[in-house]
Design a protein around this ligand. Sequence first.
Ligand code: UDP
Length: 244
Amino acid sequence: MNLKEKILGVNVTALPIETLLQDIDRRIHDRDQGRIVAINPEKIMMAQKDEQLARLLNDSAYQIPDGVGVSIASKILKGSIRWRITGVGMMEKLLQQANEKQYRVFFYGAKEETVVKAISNITQKYPALQLAGYINGYEKNNELVVDRINQAKPDIVFVALGSPRQELFMEKHMHRLSATIFQGVGGSFDVFSGNVKRAPALFRKLGLEWLYRLLSQPSRFKRQLALPQFLLLVLKQKSKRAVS
Ligand code: UDP
């Protein structure tokens, strides 16, 4: 997908979710591999200090604008992204699509009981889903993980190991995995399992998911400091551009 905006050196795909889903359909049909990564201020800040992470985010097929900070930055930098595609929202759409089109789905990541509960909730909601298999995210032997995925022959693999572990795994092993679409989904299995609640609709509508998370999981406070730092850096970049 070519329509990308660069925010502090990190690509973000500037296309609506419907277009992404169509392109993913085409990839599955053509067996043209691609990775989906979620871009949020925290990850962009990590990428400022980590060249390898910046490269493997930028080399992915789709960088979805996860988090309100990315669309605010796009607006400041006169880009066109005015929407959000959350990792969990994208995963939900892919599950819907997989359910309709009989794509085979593999779940890799989170604790054993979490991934099992997430799958149980998901298959209840999508009864026609082709479950290719799963493995929890605490298996240390990557070779075993690769073998299990290859034996299961999925079309789509959701990788829930947190960042940057999941992005590293996808990049390192994709070429020898017999699946087409890989999405790094962070804590989404925790959401599908019901262990972690998504923000209520009102918070989501107002772009205040971060506030809800801060209130319900105060231990994430440190991670959220990335947002004001990120916006400051974006404003700095903008004023630099205005001068040059
Ligand atoms: N996790 C895992 N293996 C590990 C470390 C973490 O499977 O070695 C899982 C963890 O159980 C959780 C997810 O990765 O389900 C990370 O969630 P977090 O909310 O930190 O991810 P984020 O979306 O913020 O990157």
